[in-house]
Design a protein around this ligand. Structure first.
Ligand code: F6R
Length: 244
């Protein structure tokens, strides 16, 4: 059962999402948060930083697990997801960096990178609140359309549509990494609560299929229909294909 919050626009979506995160942090100051990168959560992270600056939030006891990382990129690379989450959020709040985790993009042995991350998830988990964005092809984290729902952390070859969508963060298409490490669907599913953020008309059709079409690994986000506690916060544009 997916609870839907309808926002007028991106700004309202980000504020509502920040409200949920802040409530979680206040309720359980040592929460384990699952974090996403990409364009969608930027406004949410700005709201969290502002709440911290106003003295309304304490991040000092939290732990975090990010969903994914490009293979081959170090945390110092401005294109890496570690760099993104540091500069968007962690550098501006009182979080203990040693308790923040992103798959190790510099570990070039996929088996080791994935095993290490799964061990970490097992040690820290379950995640209390897992943030997700929605890929234009229906992916969540970097679980691309497939014949199965992969359970644990794995190395993926990114879909051409994902590479195309993420090209805006790079100078050229050729620079976008082709492979990534991503948490699996099983790990995402073990989160107590999931928050899916979706914005823009470009995601309206895939969001409708994910919420009201068949549950299939060809559209990974459709599995969220089966999770007991999913909240969707989306703007009018993203909800424009769904009945009111
Ligand atoms: C990022 C991630 C991806 C994005 C998705 C949407 O950590 O896991 O699944 O959430 O590709 O990206 P944006 O928000 O850029 O449209």
């Amino acid at each position: 059962m997916v609870k839907i919050y309808r926002s007028r626009n991106y700004r309202e979506m980000s504020e509502t999402a920040a409200g949920l995160f802040l409530a979680q942090i206040r309720k359980k100051p040592d929460s384990v948060l699952g974090l996403a990168t990409g364009g969608t959560p930027v406004g949410l992270y700005q709201n969290l930083v502002q709440a911290y600056q106003r003295g309304e939030a304490d991040f000092s006891r939290l732990s975090t697990l990010n969903l994914d990382e490009y293979q081959g990129l170090s945390g110092e690379d401005p294109h890496s997801y570690r760099y993104f989450i540091n500069t968007q959020l962690f550098d501006h709040v009182n979080i203990e960096k040693t308790r923040t985790h992103v798959p190790d993009g510099t570990e070039l042995h996929p088996e080791k990178a994935c095993r290490d991350y799964d061990r970490l998830i097992a040690r820290l988990g379950p995640v209390d609140l897992q943030l997700l964005g929605l890929g234009p092809n229906g992916h969540i984290a970097f679980n691309e359309p497939d014949d199965i729902f992969p359970s644990g952390t794995h190395c993926v070859t990114l879909d051409s549509s994902t590479i195309e969508a993420n090209r805006r963060f790079f100078r050229s298409l050729g620079e976008v990494p082709k492979r990534a490490y991503t948490m699996g669907i099983g790990s995402i599913f073990s989160a107590r609560q999931i928050l899916l953020l979706v914005s823009g008309t470009g995601k309206a059709e895939i969001l409708k299929q994910a919420l009201s079409g068949p549950v299939t690994p060809r559209l990974p986000a459709s599995i969220l229909q089966f999770h007991p506690d999913v909240t969707l916060i989306a703007d009018e544009d993203a909800l424009s294909s769904l009945p009111r």
